[in-house]
Ligand binder design. Structure first.
Ligand SMILES: Cc1cc2nc3c(=O)[nH]c(=O)nc-3n(C[C@H](O)[C@H](O)[C@H](O)COP(=O)(O)OP(=O)(O)OC[C@H]3O[C@@H](n4cnc5c(N)ncnc54)[C@H](O)[C@@H]3O)c2cc1C
Length: 356
């Protein structure tokens, strides 16, 4: 089978299918990385918001729950194979105003009713974390099962372990897909072609252009995100309990006294310097240390948001043709559940081509 796109979604699917015994070719102009500009995965912060989510039923909730479980299993498996994926458990959501506090309190109650551990941290608990926290935090919701992992390490782990299992990484760009003689024909920019009974389109924002000639309109809108790596003092690096979320902005502690800060939400393709400046100042709530922290790296990436449909797009479009795209803000979280969805569809054999 052929997987198109070596972002976190394509890599997770290719690794998982190869691990289940399928022969997989993964095609991307840069399958070994770094990803081309305008991709999402290499810009991601890796925050896994599985349980701090406003719903507690439905497809999105189930995908999130499944992904949290699978990430735990997959990380253990990859570590055994010598490909550890650094992970920090826990997320602390801070309430910046009374409305958000009420929302977090309601969320804590609904999760506790499901038997899920979530703690509301009042002022005394937060006091112990000052001055690391943004100004004005009223309370915090600590979710121990959520967390953060390193997306680049995860992608490298899928690549390396996949290759030891026989996964083929092909450096090329897919130009066109065509169904002929009960088989998918994949034309590559380099002139070669591939044939396969299953094709998985995981090309992020480029997916619609591959599908439109087949009559499948699945528009995706780009939403740019800016993020940065800051250098912080040793006392702050030690004070941090977990990744922190403040007004939708993530503060992610990293090794060697670094902190990731991000990300802006900017519809379109170009970065707005004013949004970067607001992010840098935590929208006016930046404590002194944050305002003074040195920026080591500032980057941007694009998320793919489905137009008029809920994220993500996980669909069988035709016999042997699967779409895994439009993961918008949660591609890192949802990569395992997306791969498992594809594996389930393929296992049923419904709509499989013969390629004879
Ligand atoms: C700043 C930022 C922060 C984020 N933070 C988080 C986070 O904390 N947690 C989280 O869960 N998500 C986060 N996300 C979202 C997440 O990054 C995306 O949902 C995810 O990366 C989508 O992965 P993907 O594999 O679908 O797409 P991409 O990573 O964009 O990969 C698409 C791949 O397809 C390839 N491709 C394109 N066209 C072709 C073609 N014709 N032939 C072959 N290959 C092709 C490209 O080269 C690329 O490698 C963040 C995103 C951004 C931008």
């Amino acid at each position: 089978m052929v997987v198109i796109g070596a972002g976190i979604i394509g890599l997770a699917a290719a690794w998982w299918l190869q691990r289940l015994g399928h022969a997989v070719v993964l095609v991307d102009p840069a399958p070994h990385g770094p990803q081309p500009e305008g991709s999402g995965s290499s810009a991601a912060l890796g925050v896994l918001m599985g349980e701090v989510f406003h719903r507690s039923s439905g497809r999105a909730w189930r995908l999130r729950q499944q992904s949290l479980r699978l990430w735990e299993q997959w990380r253990a498996e990859l570590a055994l194979a010598g490909q550890p994926v650094p992970h920090r458990p826990g997320l602390l959501l801070l309430a910046a105003d009374a409305q958000e506090l009420a929302r977090l309190e309601a969320l804590a109650l609904s999760r506790q009713a499901l038997g899920l551990a979530m703690e509301l941290w009042q002022q005394p608990a937060l006091e112990a974390l000052r001055p690391a926290l943004p100004h004005g935090a009223l309370a915090g919701l600590f979710s121990p099962r959520d967390g953060q992992l390193d997306p680049l390490a995860a992608m490298a782990a899928f690549r390396h372990d996949g290759q030891t299992r026989g996964l083929e990484l092909r450096a090329d760009r897919v130009e066109a897909l065509e169904r002929r003689n009960d088989c998918w024909h994949v034309s590559l920019q380099g002139g070669a072609g591939l044939e396969a009974p299953w094709v998985l389109v995981a090309a992020g924002l480029a997916s619609p252009a591959l599908l439109a000639p087949l009559g499948h309109e699945r528009p995706l809108e780009p939403v740019l995100g800016q993020a940065a790596e800051l250098e912080i003092g040793p006392e702050l690096a030690a004070a941090w309990p977990a990744s922190v979320v403040w007004r939708g902005i993530n503060l992610v502690p990293r090794p060697q006294r670094r902190l990731w800060l991000g990300a802006t939400l900017e519809p379109g393709l170009s970065a707005d310097p004013a949004r970067w400046s607001a992010l840098r100042q935590l929208e006016g709530a930046a404590p002194e240390w944050l305002a003074q922290a040195r920026v080591q790296r500032h980057w941007q990436g694009l998320r793919a948001r489905p137009a008029g449909r809920p994220a993500p797009l996980l669909e069988q479009l035709e016999p042997g043709l699967l779409l895994l795209s439009g993961h918008y803000r949660n591609g890192v979280l949802l990569a395992p559940a997306s791969a498992a969805w594809a594996a389930d569809v393929i296992a049923t054999g419904n709509g499989s081509l013969t390629c004879r």
